[in-house]
Design a protein around this ligand. Structure first.
Ligand code: F6R
Length: 264
């Protein structure tokens, strides 16, 4: 695991955006896995800015989002499709036909999950998967005790997740308890994973992800088994880690090595 500890949320957003932009420059027709929630919002703002400055193009990029609420269609302001259009897609030069979010309004959500898996396969798989992390260690909507081998499916949200997301819903408004989410195995098949987290509220989940045992009780801990993961966090989210200075030292050495290889 590559662990990058930065000063604050702005630095995390800039690093994350840059990582994705480098991926698009390497391969303009890249397939990205994307996330919703508050964590990626600033990162998306960075992507929008760089796209509007014509320094990167999304014209050939395809995207697959991690999850969607079951029971909300894409027109619903709290749906993740709506979120993605508002926060990113409507402001960049991406072809909306190349953007995919699980269908929360599907008549048959079970077959919608299988079709989503097939659509990812048809595109040749996800190259860079962006992840946030829940306070309980969930990735996508794979809540604690989710099978570490799971595929895209319907999942019940924990009370903790429902409570954490209540802030987005008006009082008395229907708030879904079920979701369609990529499975942990689906996420692990991405060639590369970029996990971002900021704030003290994520510190325990980050500690369990990086230093804890691999356990379905902290689904993000499975990332220890992935060959290419970068975890980008601010100081607040890093505060429970045992040995931040060691992680910083590794990162410095890695940068030195890369510079030497490039002949800088
Ligand atoms: C969202 C998603 C979730 C969030 C997580 C953190 O698509 O898959 O796993 O990444 O709940 O949410 P925020 O960023 O709002 O703290």
């Amino acid at each position: 695991m590559r662990i990058v500890v930065l000063e604050d949320a702005d630095a995390v957003a800039a690093f994350g955006a840059n990582h994705i932009i480098e991926g698009i420059h390497r391969k303009p027709e890249i397939t990205l896995g994307l996330a919703t929630g508050s964590s990626p919002v600033r990162l998306y703002q960075n992507l929008i800015q760089v796209n509007q400055e014509h320094k990167v193009s999304f014209q050939k990029v395809s995207t697959f989002n991690l999850d969607e609420y079951l029971g909300l269609d894409g027109e619903h302001p709290q749906s993740y499709r709506y979120f993605m259009n508002e926060q990113l897609f409507n402001h960049i030069d991406i072809d909306l036909n190349n953007t995919h979010v699980p269908n929360g309004a599907a008549k048959n959500p079970l077959s919608a999950c299988e079709e989503y898996e097939q659509a990812i396969r048809n595109r040749g798989g996800i190259e860079i998967q962006l992840l946030g992390i829940g306070r309980n260690g969930h990735i996508g909507f794979n809540e604690p005790t989710s099978s570490l081998s799971s595929r895209t499916r319907v999942k019940t949200l924990t009370k903790d997740t429902v409570d954490a997301n209540r802030r987005f819903f008006a009082e008395g408004e229907f708030q879904p308890r079920l979701s369609l989410t990529m499975g942990i195995s689906t996420i692990m098949e991405a060639q590369e994973i970029l996990l971002i987290a900021t704030g003290a509220g994520k510190a325990e989940a980050i500690k369990n992800t990086i230093e804890g045992p691999v356990s379905a009780f902290c689904p993000a801990s499975i990332l220890q088994m992935h060959a290419k993961v970068v975890v980008v966090i601010d100081k607040a989210a890093a505060q429970e880690l045992k040995d931040v200075s060691f992680y910083e030292y590794i990162e410095q050495e890695q940068q030195r090595l890369l510079a030497a290889v490039k002949g800088e």
